[in-house]
Design a protein around this ligand. Structure first.
Ligand code: COA
Length: 409
């Protein structure tokens, strides 16, 4: 195989699409339904186009690919442009020849040129570190309980199928539930519609229900079943009080039993009130995985987060400081000029002289995204060094806070 035989491009034609779906089936298997998910995006995703699929062809055959799912996330109320990296795949006989490295370079170039703040991947362990990714947001939180362990709660609410007309109210309910998270997604109306029309989230088919109290919608939930594992999966649920949680649990137990299932698995945040109610009746939390995150450009991201950082300074003992704060990322520095408690300038310096705040830039992602505190990071990483004079200020600027990412594709 010579370099000339390998051509980089984006999907362009129907023939390319078919080949790409074949690649998905070959790498992830037909049971993984990854090809069905990719087809869904191509046919229905409101913001994705064929140019979001990056591929390498060998003599006209697609042998390697990855794709970009555009999304909007909120961090402390500031909206960020996020790219989710997905469907990373190379045919077995073409692996270990640098094809994915080439695609990742193209993908990261796109993120820089189109102003994406973050890239996120749910993917396989370890592999993405070499491309600048760091574990930095909880993922795959789970709580499990046997259906037989759930008491026979009476269903005191009306629980009915979710209709397209429920979307505006559901958007409100989701937004309200997401307030407890530092970082969360902002699900656009078009994404709601895509999920409702295709009856799919990611690669799985789901069913959604609305919970009503005295004719008013007070919650909704989404579920699907995994027959081979005999589990009923609760995929999404909004804030509930105890009575509502018990009605939903009663409903899920009934439906699970009727379908011959054995276990209820809620893939929701450990902070959801529903989780508390599952724990109260014996539900067991499983250890989570984590999103792997990459910051495109710290100086630009600080700039975007300026309103939030200003707010934190203003409500702290630093509300009147006038100083320069240098974040030394070892190969370069991002310097904040603060005047009378407000950020007046942010610039990147190609030096690393100021040694007051020093951080491995990948590890800093954990601090920035509220995943770990300054103190925890200092205890773990000897190259995460904050001198005592700056520790409290860093704690004020970057507190540890809980986050949760709802599925937006
Ligand atoms: C993971 C996968 C996409 C890598 O594709 P590839 O085309 O072989 O990747 P590359 O040859 O460009 O390798 C890039 C780098 O990763 C390294 N690498 C390859 N596979 C690796 C693995 N499984 N774990 C860690 N490093 C790996 C390579 O050595 C290379 O590093 P180098 O340039 O320093 O030598 C491919 O093995 C695959 O399709 N696996 C099955 C599907 C899958 O798991 N996808 C990820 C879903 S999140």
């Amino acid at each position: 195989m010579t370099l000339n035989d390998l051509v980089f491009q984006h999907l362009e034609s129907d023939h390319d699409v078919e080949q790409h779906l074949e690649l998905m089936k070959a790498v992830f298997g037909a049971d993984g339904r990854v090809d069905i998910m990719a087809r869904k995006w191509i046919d229905h995703h409101p913001a994705m186009s064929l140019s979001d699929f990056f591929v390498i062809k060998h003599r006209n055959k697609i042998v390697s690919g990855l794709n970009l799912i555009p999304s909007i996330w909120s961090i402390g109320g500031v909206q960020l442009k996020v790219a989710e990296l997905a469907c990373v795949a190379t045919l077995p006989e073409y692996r270990h020849q640098g094809l994915q490295r080439r695609l990742m370079n193209k993908y990261h170039d796109r993120l820089s040129s189109q102003g994406y703040d973050l890239s996120a991947i749910e993917g396989i362990p370890y592999y993405y570190r070499q491309f600048g990714y760091e574990y930095a947001i909880p993922l795959d939180e789970q709580i499990r309980i046997k259906l037989d362990q759930i008491p026979d709660f009476s269903i005191k609410h009306k629980i009915r199928p979710f209709k397209t007309g429920d979307i505006p109210k559901a958007m409100q309910l989701l937004g309200q539930s997401q307030r407890k998270f530092y970082i969360h997604t902002i699900r656009a109306k078009d994404i709601w519609k895509m999920q409702q029309e295709t009856e799919m989230v990611a690669e799985y088919k789901f069913e959604a229900h609305v919970v009503e109290e005295k004719g008013v919608e007070i919650a909704y939930f989404r579920m699907n079943e995994n027959q081979p594992e005999k589990t009923l999966m609760l995929r999404e649920v909004t804030d509930v009080d105890q009575a509502t949680a018990q009605s939903i649990l009663g409903f899920l137990k009934d439906i699970g039993k009727k379908r011959g299932l054995e276990t209820l698995v809620a893939t929701i945040s450990g902070l959801e009130p529903f989780t508390e109610h599952m724990v109260a009746i014996g539900g067991v939390k499983q250890p989570p995985y984590a999103w792997q995150m990459r910051v495109t450009d710290y100086a630009k991201l600080f700039q975007k987060m300026k309103p939030l950082l200003d707010k934190r300074l203003a409500s702290s003992t630093y509300r009147h400081i006038t100083e320069k704060i240098s974040f030394n990322f070892y190969r370069y520095t991002v310097q904040l000029t603060i005047q009378d408690g407000a950020i007046a300038g942010i610039k990147r310096l190609e030096t690393s002289e100021d040694r007051t705040i020093r951080a491995n830039p990948m590890v800093f992602t954990q601090l920035l995204l509220g995943y770990r505190s300054r103190e925890e990071l200092q205890a773990i990483y000897p190259d995460f060094i904050i001198r005592p004079s700056r520790r409290n200020l860093i704690d004020v600027l970057f507190p540890k806070m809980p986050s949760y990412i709802h599925t937006e594709y």
